[in-house]
Design a protein around this ligand. Structure first.
Ligand SMILES: [Zn+2]
Length: 446
């Protein structure tokens, strides 16, 4: 298939006016000016998308599909601990069908607003058995919690791996971080319920929930298993003032809440952040996709400096969720200087995250006005692809990349370098055309 569009913005290279993309099967075969490609692929079906901007589908580095129906369900809390209590109460009122409806809604909305890949933390992986193959490329991060140590930590991690093994998951994409051609992940099973053959695109991963709900042992096991299996892993870290008060000072509302539910608290009150503590205990690694990290102890920055234990780590900022909770200022300028792999995610609708990653970027750009639009767009394309170990295959338009493409109705008057990125960033309309894995998924819209 030969696609033509007024603007082609590959993100991985400079924008092209009157651009063309050749799609062969699931992949991009060529991309460049129409003048170069239009005459060389005369046997192809030509789809002229017209006066639009064609760009890679967005990669949402952090979301919770489970809570897609909980927008405005929780009043702005006075503390993070209060919100945790409220969402736990809400979750107790929801049935499996409610979650399935929420997940379906999330896919619809994220797709409509330009995401073609999601990194989703799944609290109820058993629901995956009841779902049709998702319409978007999705990494399912199995959420792991051992807050009360009721079930031994090893059994929790073993249960997650067994779950993926029984589903035959984890074998679907070679090339995931750490795995090499011919040595696909070891969590292979007889079944293929969530496999590419079954129409499931993406992969699986592990997610120790957060340092206040997951023990250091759980972190270490999850990290080791993810490395062994060639899976990505992600976790919430350093999100709130309450989390800091709990770990650094052994006090505050989150501390009190967790004492109340029986969490052992001997890891709190030693003057060290959760990031510092987990790193010292050998539980983290630079491959970790760390979500939030709003609140840093000064000593923590040395960990992510070039040469530090966590150098090059991926950090996911969720701007609207951040604003909703009024978290401490995310130290974006400092992290940029330290060459962190900065990604942007939406978090969940329950904390007022948007389904539109461009909404999230606009919220961030308002706080950090000095950063160029092109760099913001990289945080929802190239950077999360790198976080997954899939640079060059995902979040870009170049030969060999998956053909995950979107068209936005913007670009008028953007002729000239630099302006097109700003126009994309300010586009408030949904996608008019979408392709996932080489297949057009909304042909009727354009
Ligand atoms: Zn989250």
């Amino acid at each position: 298939m030969l696609l033509r569009a007024r603007h082609l913005v590959p993100i991985s290279g400079p924008p092209v006016e009157d651009g063309a993309v050749v799609v062969r099967g699931e992949f991009v075969e060529a991309a460049g000016p129409w003048a170069d490609l239009g005459s060389g692929f005369t046997d192809e079906e030509i789809v002229d998308l017209g006066d639009v901007t064609l760009l890679p589908g967005f990669v949402n580095a952090h979301c919770h599909l489970d809570y897609s129906t909980l927008r405005h369900a929780i009043l702005p809390p006075t503390s993070f601990a209060e919100w945790v209590g409220r969402i736990n109460a809400l979750k107790r009122t929801m049935e499996p069908d409610d979650y399935l409806a929420a997940i379906a809604r999330g896919f619809r909305e994220f797709g409509r607003w330009g995401a073609t890949t999601l990194l989703n933390v799944e609290s109820f992986p058993e629901l995956m058995w009841k779902m049709p193959p998702p319409p978007l490329r999705t990494w399912w991060f199995y959420e792991l919690i051992d807050v009360r140590r009721v079930v031994p930590t090893e059994e929790i991690v073993a249960g997650a791996l067994l779950f993926f093994q029984e589903a035959g998951a984890g074998t679907r994409e070679p090339g995931i971080q750490g795995s090499k051609e011919g040595s696909k992940t070891k969590v292979q099973g007889a079944g293929a319920a969530f496999s590419a053959e079954g129409g499931w695109l993406g992969g699986t991963g592990l997610s120790p929930h957060a340092p206040y709900t997951a023990s250091p042992e759980l972190y270490r096991l999850a990290r080791d298993c993810a490395r062994h299996a060639g899976m990505p892993w992600t976790t919430h870290l350093g999100e709130s003032r309450d989390e800091r008060a709990m770990f650094v000072h052994g006090q505050g509302p989150l501390h009190a809440f967790l004492v109340g539910i029986g969490r052992p608290m001997n890891d709190c009150g030693h003057g060290r952040s959760a990031l510092g503590q987990l790193t010292a205990a050998g539980c983290l690694g630079p491959e970790c996709i760390a979500v939030h990290l709003n609140d840093w102890e000064e000593a923590d920055f040395a960990l992510v400096e070039p040469g530090g234990a966590l150098a090059g780590m991926s950090v996911v900022h969720c701007p609207l969720s951040h604003r909703y909770f009024q978290h401490p200022r995310f130290p974006l300028e400092r992290l940029r200087a330290l060459e962190i792999n900065l990604c942007v995610g939406t978090d969940s609708a329950a904390s007022e995250g948007s389904f539109s990653l461009l909404d999230e970027l606009r919220a961030a750009a308002a706080v950090y006005p000095g950063i160029e639009a092109r760099e913001w767009l990289e945080t929802i394309t190239l950077n999360p692809a790198r976080a997954l170990g899939l640079a060059g295959k995902l979040g870009c338009i170049r030969p060999g990349a998956w053909a995950d493409l979107i068209a936005l109705p913007c670009g008028d008057g953007a002729d000239g370098a630099g302006k097109i990125h700003a126009q994309i960033l300010s586009c408030r309309q949904p996608t008019v055309w979408q392709m996932v894995n080489g297949r057009v998924t909304n042909p009727g819209l354009l």
